[in-house]
Design a protein around this ligand. Sequence first.
Ligand code: ARG
Length: 414
Amino acid sequence: MFFRGMEGMEKTLLLYSGGLDTSVMVKWIQEKYGTDVVCFLADLGQPKEEIEAAKEKTLALGALKCIVPDLNDEFADRFISKSIKANGLYEGEYPLSTALGRYLIVEKAVQIAKQEGCTAIAHGGTGKGNVQVRFELSIKALAPKMKIFAPVREFELTRDVEKAYAKEKEIPIPEEAKKYSIDENMWGKSTEEGPINDASKEPPKDIFTLSCFPEDSPDKPVYVKIGFEKGVPISLNGKKMPLKNLVETLNKVAGSQGVGIIDCIEDRTVGVKSHEVYECPAAVCLIKAHKDLEKLVLTKELIHFKKIVDNEWAKLVYTGLWFDPLVESLNAFIEKANERVEGWVKLKLYKGGVQVAGRDSKYSLYNPEFNESVKQKHAIGFIELYGLQQKVWSMVGGERDDAMAEKVKVEQLC
Ligand code: ARG
């Protein structure tokens, strides 16, 4: 017979958030798997009060301890910065806020599980979600021998069953977490479930905490000037600051202008479609500004090819494949392509909209004087050669009007 905290009792590290699934798991794992539980809660910039409240209840639920590392700067410097350089948007819309956080959580959790002598890592993901894919693929890549528990999937738990279990065991669940499934970090907030399941309706106002509704925002625009160095934002309105502070400040400024709400239908890795509402004020602004600066300093070929790479990068990050070597290879390309992404972009934030209101760079390829120096007559030969194949295509296919085709002799072509 083993007792809590006893020598020899196996320990499970629970990837804990304080929401419905993982709060239930603290007790469920002790009861059903017969192991002790160490909670791991990553501070990635979610509200401090939520972290405190979540941490507080774990001991009452029988956890041995709750480890809460501050990963804010690391998240900004190692993950968000890469995503900005890659214009990271899944399916062109979602800034990958939840997805990016998952990989840092696993990196740290694997280290801590080893330090704490845990033989398993548990998570609260369902069999339909992306969480299981991102967590489990990453754990397998970093610690192939680690056992993985996914109780929600293994016991086919639903939110209603979890709520009933929480009631029975007197597990406190925040009201918001009962109604919605929420994930938040400094790169954005994701909300689904509850009333949001009805995708035919506008999401209820009560979910928004980072971005206000545009109609409730001030009647005056706000301008922000973002300075970039090698593709990474380094200053806001002329003031240099670490990326974490810049993101935090911009979340407040842009969020209060109604910027950052993204209501989208999204394709999950397992194939199901989901309806998610995001609030990502800083992410929307920084990706918009970064893309604009790239257009100023990169060549047409590089921009077009990078778009393909960026899309592929976002898909890999979304679908759980951060540790696939392809991501590292794409990062090398993205890094190189960002070498000249330096300068500044000014954004006008107004009633939920983000408009570019000026940009400049010492590497700018846009210069009306260069354009003036182009000799107009040089275009004649260019047009002839550039359109040659298309012209011949029409002729040999008989698609030109007959009278014209008669007149055009092959020798006239060149
Ligand atoms: N759909 C997003 C993703 O897969 C967010 C997932 C978490 N959403 C939530 N409401 N808990 O990255």
